[in-house]
Design a binder for this molecule. Structure first.
Ligand code: ZN
Length: 123
């Protein structure tokens, strides 16, 4: 179960970051999910709720944003987005673009404490 291990990783990372900053209770965690990750946000939220129980993250809400696929086109020397899903060629010049720039990552963007006064970026 991909989402369960992912939820564990998020809880571990944010718990550590919160404890480093003396934050006793985390309310909101923003997570960016790449379009190609194959992660189902609802499943991740469910797994997170389960894993976060009894930690500083208990009751915290995950807010998701999707990171679209972007890639580098050498001919155009530009970052482009595929026109058709899973067809990795440049929409301008049709050259194949093997190097994906984004869309495969999962990233904790930031989290905030229960008081909502603190918003901390981890990265
Ligand atoms: Zn191009």
């Amino acid at each position: 179960m991909h989402e369960l291990s992912l939820a564990r990783a998020i809880v571990a990372e944010v718990s550590q970051a919160a404890s480093d900053r003396d934050i006793a209770s985390v309310a909101v965690i923003e997570v960016k999910i790449g379009e190609l990750c194959g992660v189902i946000a609802d499943s991740l939220a469910f797994a997170f709720e389960f894993v976060a129980g009894g930690t500083a993250l208990e009751g915290a809400v995950l807010e998701f944003s999707e990171s679209p696929v972007t890639m580098w086109c050498e001919s155009c020397e530009a970052v482009v987005q595929p026109e058709v899903r899973l067809v990795f060629s440049c929409p301008r010049c049709q050259a194949p673009c093997p190097g994906l720039r984004s869309g495969t990552e999962i990233e904790i963007v930031r989290f905030s404490s229960a008081s909502r006064e603190v918003a901390e970026a981890i990265n």
